[in-house]
Design a protein around this ligand. Structure first.
Ligand code: MN
Length: 243
């Protein structure tokens, strides 16, 4: 648990307006020397080409609401699990070109970690035009092994598995605002901060209960489930006997 205690006790730094243009290399190296922990970076319209290290990336999205075509994609959060979180913001009327972000999300060799992948991959398919898979969904994994509870929210998982208290205060806020405030940035970043650690804990339990293969099959089906959502079957279980 030592690594987890480290994560939860590190000071957080939210840098205002920390686009690549406003933080030069010197400032960044000084910050890293004194605060060698993690930072939240806000980018407009795309991820810088060299923002991420190799390996799985945690991904989340923020939108204007839950209706895919009415409510636009405002923000994609992404982290390689090494401590930094990157927020990519899209303005109203964006063309959602984002070649660097799309390259990462569409990389077939790069695992994407989500909490409730179904929504995120659907909205990114609709706006960015790519299926951001292969994937791992911490909510799906939780539902397969934490059968003793019906609480599968990210906050519940992070509390039980990592003993970290996660604020959800900004969950409903105006993600289309011209300026994202510090609380919004911190909230958005925290939604991808713990997914790598959660995957480790969840994988241990999936193995223990003999459900790893079933979980993997679910993850492989999730892109199809998300495509059904946006193609007109958002509510129906097409495998159900009724209806
Ligand atoms: Mn979120």
């Amino acid at each position: 648990m030592s690594a987890l205690i480290g994560v939860s006790s590190r000071p957080r730094v939210v840098l205002p307006h920390c686009t690549p243009e406003t933080i030069d290399g010197i400032e960044r190296s000084v910050q890293r020397a004194y605060l060698p922990f993690m930072s939240v970076y806000l980018h407009e319209e795309d991820l810088p080409a060299d923002a991420l290290g190799s390996g799985p990336v945690a991904v989340d999205t923020e939108t204007m609401g839950l209706q895919t075509f009415r409510d636009r994609l405002c923000l994609v959060q992404i982290s390689d699990g090494r401590g930094d979180e990157h927020l990519v913001r899209f303005s109203p009327g964006s063309a959602y070109a984002a070649p660097n972000l799309r390259a990462v999300l569409g990389d077939p060799d790069r695992l994407k970690l989500y909490h409730f992948a179904r929504f995120d991959i659907g909205i990114m398919q609709a706006y960015l035009g790519i299926m951001a898979a292969p994937l791992y969904c911490t909510r799906t994994a939780s539902r397969l092994i934490r059968t003793y509870t019906d609480r599968h929210g990210l906050k519940d998982l992070v509390k039980e598995l990592l003993n970290v208290d996660l604020s959800k205060q900004q969950q409903t806020s105006d993600w289309g605002a011209a300026e994202l405030n510090d609380a919004q940035r911190e909230y958005a970043a925290s939604d991808v901060r713990y997914l790598h650690a959660l995957k480790e804990r969840l994988d241990e339990r999936l193995e223990r209960e003999g459900r790893a293969a079933l979980a993997q099959a679910c993850f492989e089906f999730l892109p199809t489930r998300a495509l059904l959502d946006i193609a007109g079957w958002p509510e129906q279980d097409i495998f159900a006997h009724d209806g």
